[in-house]
Design a protein around this ligand. Sequence first.
Ligand code: M3P
Ligand code: FE
Length: 311
Amino acid sequence: MALRGVLRLGEIGIRVLDLDLARTHYVDRMGLIEVMCDEKERKIYCKAWDEHDHHSVVLREADEAGLDYVAFKVYDDQTLTDLEPKVEAFGLEVAHIDAGVYPKSGRRLEFILPSGHRMQLFAEKEQIGNTLGTRNPGVMPDEGVIRGFRINRLDHCLLGGPNIDECGRLFKEVFDFDLSERIEDEESRESLALFLTCSTKPHDVAFVIQPEPGRFHHVSFLLESATDVIHAADLIGKYRIPVDVGPNRHGVTRGNTIYYFDPSGNRNEVFSGGYVHYPDTPTLTWDTSQMGPAQFSQDNVPRESFLTVVT
Ligand code: M3P
Ligand code: FE
């Protein structure tokens, strides 16, 4: 589809137990750029180098790790106006957040997904660019802008909770996403995981079935190449960052991936690659007879932790 309507996961709020440890992890090790800090509210605002918006990741110190909210950026303010009655018609209560309540951001709509996650939509955020400028930008930022894991941008998240088919219906019917891939129970045919895209990426958001609402499975960042995934793995080893699953390739989405944990136990992913999704690409279905190849196609070993460990 033409990229109008919902554009992408534009901001993710993550709860961390210790802001200083989180800064060491996300900024010093992973190489996200800290653009703003709110000492009073114990929040730091970060971006990846190739994002134009002011920030995409908000880390907030709290008593419990996990997901604060996901905020999707939409094309323009009219899109927000058009979406509001559709979200309400779907059966969700929509709250209004004034411009400026979230720093550098225009007004937002907020509602709770059937999976229990807090979701927002916004159309405007201050843009600060990727340091290259917009006239004769070249391809390489100055030395030191690309650091750590060499993250290009925030890519997607995987959310755990109940009612994932309802979430799938919301994203398809109201937000115009496509269901790119689905994992189902071989016998009951019940959905275990749904992968949804609003772009040409294999997914922009995914849901995995979990008994408890509002769980956070992972946030994922795009790297340039599979070589950069190995480079990140070397840094993960060097800094003794706990690894969930070492370098491998997903069957679902075909990304070259590594999963690891931040100091609060939130799962992170960096990945590269994946196929191009078009609006006429058929939905790909996997079932539990092929959980190994669906999850990790280089050793075909399904990871128990993958479906059970969430924050
Ligand atoms: C991803 C990804 C499963 C695959 C997950 C895939 C649940 O996280 O980024 O492609 O098997
Ligand atoms: Fe992922």
